[in-house]
Write a protein that binds this ligand. Structure first.
Ligand code: HEC
Length: 114
């Protein structure tokens, strides 16, 4: 009885450890556009892209999922993300071209989820 209980708690601990490791290693994935977005963009643009953040409101950020932003071409969105625009910082030196392309695709996904 006693030892069975110990084995169970060991199994639970191991499962928690494995889950913790999985969580911890996620942001390292270079092609994980969602992780890139959350790490680099969400503090201003909001997790859902609507810019409903203290910084977003202060800077007057437009909703990335709005028709106004979505009607821009991928090239335009990629250029803005790469070079920046007014208060929007450029990510030329922080993200690879592939990461920027992926993160723009992710913004399109956010718009579809609305
Ligand atoms: C420091 C806050 C901040 C961060 C971080 C930030 N942005 Fe922005 N972003 C802005 C602001 C402010 C604008 C509006 C610029 C303007 O039109 O004057 C903007 C505009 C944009 C636009 C154009 C939308 C429009 O209204 O014309 C895109 C696309 C965009 N950001 C993508 C991103 C992506 C992708 C990231 C992460 C890699 C990111 N932003 C990170 C502040 C930020």
């Amino acid at each position: 009885m006693g030892s069975a209980r110990i084995n169970l708690s060991r199994a639970v601990m191991f499962a928690m450890l494995a889950a913790g490791l999985a969580l911890w290693s996620t942001p390292a994935g270079a092609d994980d556009a969602a992780a890139t977005y959350k790490a680099k963009c969400a503090m201003c643009h909001g997790a859902d892209g609507k810019g409903d953040t203290p910084v977003g409101k202060k800077m007057g950020i437009r909703d990335l999922t709005s028709a106004d932003v979505q009607k821009m071409s991928d090239e335009e969105l990629i250029t803005i993300t790469t070079k920046g625009k007014n208060k929007m910082p450029g990510y030329e030196n922080k993200l690879s071209a592939a990461q920027i392309k992926d993160v723009v695709a992710y913004i399109r996904q956010l718009a579809k989820g609305k």
